[in-house]
Design a protein around this ligand. Structure first.
Ligand code: XMP
Length: 519
């Protein structure tokens, strides 16, 4: 049985939580894909889903030009679950009535279950007016379900908060089962997946590894493949998969740009070359990068220099591997989704350098074994493949590295200061158990000096800013409300242990309007 046999199609109507729906489905070990709401009927049919989920979305079905799908989608004899906007659309398309509400219902609500079957099987929220806690975020609501539909639950504000067709497997919920504020939402989604659609839980990371290794073997055959290893979790997992699939036909190229964190270059070599005996081509480019960065202060100029030099060095190294035909890269599913959701301003705020530009210039065929995975799944695959926990749970680290965390010119002295401060922050994050609870934590070296006093001496030294953020996808982020004790400890240690720093500040800006990195 293939891991993709039982799969769910999610049609995206622009909700902020569409990816969350997909992650919940995957966590229930059912494969799913997100496609735009206007996916053609033929494509939908040939996709071969066992069930379809219509996501929420910001529009109103009564408005002209609001996103819709072919009515036939509801007549394919494939179970359909409409969530919020998806439910309203189902109602609208099948002749029910959707009513505009003057007031938006947003937040926690109590769901009173009228029928503890179907979606609500196994939930006892029907008793004593207690109900199930659910998360609502909608303006419009169902005034009259389409004919043949029955209400499954109501709430104070929504007489039809959940419904189903009496005979067909068509379901709708007004609330969002995918968010954590609906504590039993997973159970409801699973009732849809397993009871209504009859899916089997075949999507496990163990089976993903087996399937992927086999398909990599088939694709690569007896050819050679190159992997651009950065030491981050995505490229590390790619390296491990390739090694498992084709052993020494694969070579990892790891370019040390001199802008890495403390001990990182040694660690990567240790893990890959020594622990896993992977073919590792290590290039020490530190001097070359630093000399090109000399005197450069503009953030975008730094990024361009680093990106271009990386490609130059990488190409040169790759040309020393005769017969290489493939380049493997750690593209993840969120980069692949043709999402219709709001993705932030389209103007280039920062050019994000990664290995994206490589395949075009190198005439190699691209292999992207992680294209189907969300980040949390990549981490599970990493664990499955035996990568150390520390590496698997690494925070994201930008391609231009510490260069964009040193405001102004990058020099070896400033790099040393930043490395030490950053290492202290990471140590404190780990020892306080907070590391895995935040998106990123790091130090930024500011281009200012301030006055301080140490012993009887006046000091005139540099300032380090601590940046710690919470985020789900880096598109938006909030500064972490970290325990003052932990922050205090970081500050004390940085000022006492890092020579050249006499002041530490905490960055309390959210994204937007700030960004996560300072440059
Ligand atoms: P910003 O600073 O744009 O960062 O809020 C969002 C996420 O992207 C990372 N980032 C980069 N990653 N090259 C990268 O590969 C870059 O130039 C770059 N700039 C920012 C940042 O660390 C955060 O996770």
């Amino acid at each position: 049985m293939d891991i993709h046999d039982d799969k769910i199609l999610i049609l995206d109507f622009g909700s902020q939580t569409t990816q969350l729906i997909a992650r919940r489905v995957r966590e229930s070990q059912v494969y799913c894909e997100i496609h735009p709401f206007n996916m053609g009927l033929d494509k939908i049919k040939s996709f071969g889903a066992k069930g379809i989920i219509l996501s929420g979305g910001p529009a109103c079905v009564l408005d002209e030009g609001s996103p819709t799908c072919d009515r036939e989608v509801l007549k394919l004899n494939i179970p359909v679950l409409g969530i919020c906007y998806g439910m309203q659309l189902m109602t609208h398309l099948l002749g029910g009535e959707v009513e505009r509400s003057a007031k938006r219902e947003y937040g926690k609500a109590q769901l009173l279950i009228d029928s503890a079957e179907d979606l609500f099987f196994g939930l006892d929220g029907s008793g004593e007016g207690q109900g199930e806690q659910v998360w609502m975020s909608h303006g419009d609501k169902i005034k009259k379900p389409p004919s043949g539909f029955i209400a499954l639950a109501h709430s104070g504000n929504s007489p039809v908060a959940a419904m189903r067709h009496a005979d067909a497997e068509l379901y709708g919920v007004q609330f969002h089962p995918e968010v954590i504020h609906t504590p039993n939402g997973n159970k409801m989604l699973q009732n849809f997946l397993f009871r209504a659609c009859g899916c089997r839980p075949t999507w496990t990371m163990k089976s993903f590894v087996n399937t992927t290794v086999e398909s990599l073997r088939n694709t690569i055959g007896s050819k050679k493949v190159i992997c651009a290893l950065s030491g981050g979790v995505d490229s590390s997992v790619v390296a491990m998969l390739l090694h498992k699939a084709v052993g020494h036909q694969s070579t990892c190229i790891f370019v040390n740009n001199g802008l890495l964190r403390q001990g990182e270059a040694e660690e990567v070599q240790n893990i890959f070359r020594h622990t896993f005996e992977i073919n590792l081509d290590y290039v020490d480019g530190a001097d070359a990068f630093l000399s090109r960065l000399k005197g450069v202060t503009d953030p975008e100029a730094k990024r361009k220099i680093i990106g271009n030099l990386f490609i130059e060095i990488f190409e040169e190294e790759a040309s020393k591997i005769p017969g290489a035909e493939y380049l493997a890269q750690g593209t993840l599913y969120p980069d692949v989704i043709e999402s219709v959701s709001f993705k932030g301003p389209s103007a280039t705020i920062k050019t994000h350098h990664n290995v994206g530009g490589l395949p075009e210039v190198m005439n190699l065929e691209l292999i992207e074994p992680l294209r189907e995975l969300f980040k949390d799944e990549v981490r599970k695959v990493g664990a499955e493949l035996g990568l150390p926990k520390k590496l698997i749970h690494r925070h994201p680290f930008p391609g231009p590295g510490l260069a964009i965390r040193i405001l102004g010119e990058v020099t070896p002295e400033k790099l040393e200061i930043l490395r030490q401060a950053d290492a202290i922050i990471m140590e404190e994050m780990e020892s306080s158990g907070l590391h895995d609870q935040v998106w990123q934590a790091f130090a930024v070296l500011l281009p200012v000096r301030t006055v301080g006093v140490m012993g009887d001496e006046r000091t005139y030294d540099q300032v380090v800013a601590i940046r710690i953020v919470e985020s789900v996808d880096a598109m938006t982020a909030d500064w972490a409300r970290l325990d003052y004790q932990v922050l205090g400890q970081m500050s004390n240690r940085i000022i006492n242990e890092v020579k050249g720093v006499n002041r530490v500040v905490y960055d309390i800006s959210s994204k937007p309007p700030s960004t996560i990195e300072w440059e």
